[in-house]
Design a protein around this ligand. Structure first.
Ligand code: ATP
Length: 235
């Protein structure tokens, strides 16, 4: 995808240039994290990729004309009057017969299929949002800070679940986060954006498989990243 220019018009401050010359492509089956300071344009980038914002100059090219693209946002966005299972089934195309039993089991949701969203903690509701995204067997999954404001133990479990699903299904993942540690634990590539207007400041491959990243290896990586990209990663 290529965003040559994305601006917003604001009543009080006029036109603001948010993104310029931001271009990248995603390898099929890869896990990329998009990192940058608060307000630099990460969510705007995802919204453009999802086709939710078409007011930009550039081009978004999906992997194929019938590619399935799923998204998970910070807010689980579940319908409160539908059960967990109904919320997940709502996203399915007609005549789809996904293996929901395995999906619910993988995500630890088997006993909650008949529960309503108000009965769920934020962590569980986020798992349902993940289930809904994976149920359509997406080619591309876009995630916008899906684990923010969870306690660290829950976030850790969710990250492990996401990795398991990603590996099992060969989906191409792009996840927005401002948590560098999270990005280094999950991704096999980091894209860093910064500036106003924001542009790509770094494209960092992380070739070592996630399960082989020891705490020492992670600490070295984080240290190196902090030194190479002090401005982008300080906030
Ligand atoms: N609909 C809008 N109208 C005007 N300005 C907007 C709109 N949406 C976003 N912006 C501005 O565009 C810039 C980028 O916003 P965006 O939400 O993409 O940043 P972000 O990197 O995702 O931030 P955060 O990490 O805090 O979620 C910000 O300055 C924001 O205020």
């Amino acid at each position: 995808m290529r965003i040559d220019a994305k601006d917003f018009d604001r009543v009080e401050s006029g036109r603001i240039a948010v993104l310029r010359d931001l271009a990248f492509s995603l390898e099929p089956g890869s896990f990329t994290c998009l990192i940058g300071p608060s307000g630099c344009g990460k969510t705007t980038t995802l919204r453009i990729m999802l086709g939710l914002d078409r007011d930009f100059r550039g081009e978004v090219r999906p992997p194929s004309h019938d590619a399935r693209i799923a998204a998970v946002f910070q807010e689980p966005r579940l319908l409160p009057w539908r059960t967990v299972e109904q919320n997940v089934r709502l996203a399915l195309p007609k005549n789809a017969t996904p293996d929901l039993d395995t999906l619910f089991e993988t995500l630890g949701l088997s006993s909650m299929r008949s529960s309503y969203p108000e009965e769920l903690s934020l962590g569980l509701a986020r798992r349902v949002a993940l289930a809904r995204a994976f149920a359509i067997d997406p080619d591309v999954l876009l995630l916008d800070e899906p684990f923010v404001s969870l306690d660290e133990a829950t976030a850790k479990r969710m990250r492990a679940l996401l990795l398991r699903l990603w590996r099992g299904r060969g989906v191409t993942v792009l996840m927005v986060t401002h948590n560098v540690r999270e990005a280094v634990a999950l991704a096999d590539r980091l894209l860093l954006i910064d500036g106003r207007p924001a542009h790509l400041t770094g494209d960092v491959p992380l070739p070592l498989p996630q399960e082989m990243r020891t705490p020492e290896h992670m600490a070295t990586l984080l240290d190196d990243l902090g030194k190479t990209y002090p401005d982008t990663l300080q906030s």
